[in-house]
Design a protein around this ligand. Structure first.
Ligand SMILES: O=c1ccn([C@H]2C[C@H](O)[C@@H](COP(=O)(O)OP(=O)(O)OP(=O)(O)O)O2)c(=O)[nH]1
Ligand SMILES: [Mg+2]
Length: 147
């Protein structure tokens, strides 16, 4: 395991909120809390404020991932999972939540709504060619190998 340092700037409406934190020693994600108090109707989505901005070192991203408990118990997930925070983004970190459940989902300020996972970024260059090498799979996909 490696640990990187993220610069975090608390925004005015983040005053008094707990910062993202690991719930246990072995947690992969830092739980992030909502700065908003709102209700997500069934089928609704919203960008939820967190009250902070971060600066990520070059070569890294931060992924915004759902919490499994919210997904399983309430059908609430990050719509764009995993959300991508770019290293050059300096705006407020937001969590795009969607309520895929059947009941309104009430979010209180301070509720843990998602988790942040830093990850190294692998970039690529593109090498445009006339033909690709042959493989057994070929163009088969989307269930081509059976159930
Ligand atoms: O869950 C998320 C996803 C993104 N962002 C912010 C940080 C990220 O760096 C920026 C852009 O995200 P992305 O590249 O996924 O969105 P886009 O639709 O491609 O927007 P842009 O044109 O600004 O890149 O939005 C968040 O705060 N939360
Ligand atoms: Mg983008």
């Amino acid at each position: 395991m490696t640990t990187i340092s993220l610069a975090l700037k608390r925004l005015p409406h983040g005053d008094g909120l707990p910062l993202p934190a690991y719930a246990t020693d072995g947690a992969a994600g830092m739980d992030v809390v909502s700065a908003d108090a709102t209700t997500l109707a069934p089928g609704a989505r919203a960008a939820i404020a967190t009250g902070f901005a971060i600066a990520i070192p070059a070569g890294y991203e931060v992924q915004v991932r759902p919490r499994s408990g919210l997904a399983l118990k309430h059908g609430v997930t990050c719509l764009n999972t995993p959300g991508t925070i770019d290293s050059d983004y300096r705006g407020e970190v937001k969590v795009i939540l969607a309520n895929l459940g059947t009941e309104p989902f009430v979010i209180a300020r301070g509720d843990r709504i998602a988790q942040l996972v830093p990850a190294p970024v692998q970039r690529a260059t593109l090498d445009e060619v006339a033909d690709l090498d042959d493989t057994v799979r070929g163009s088969g996909g989307f269930g081509s190998t059976g159930r």
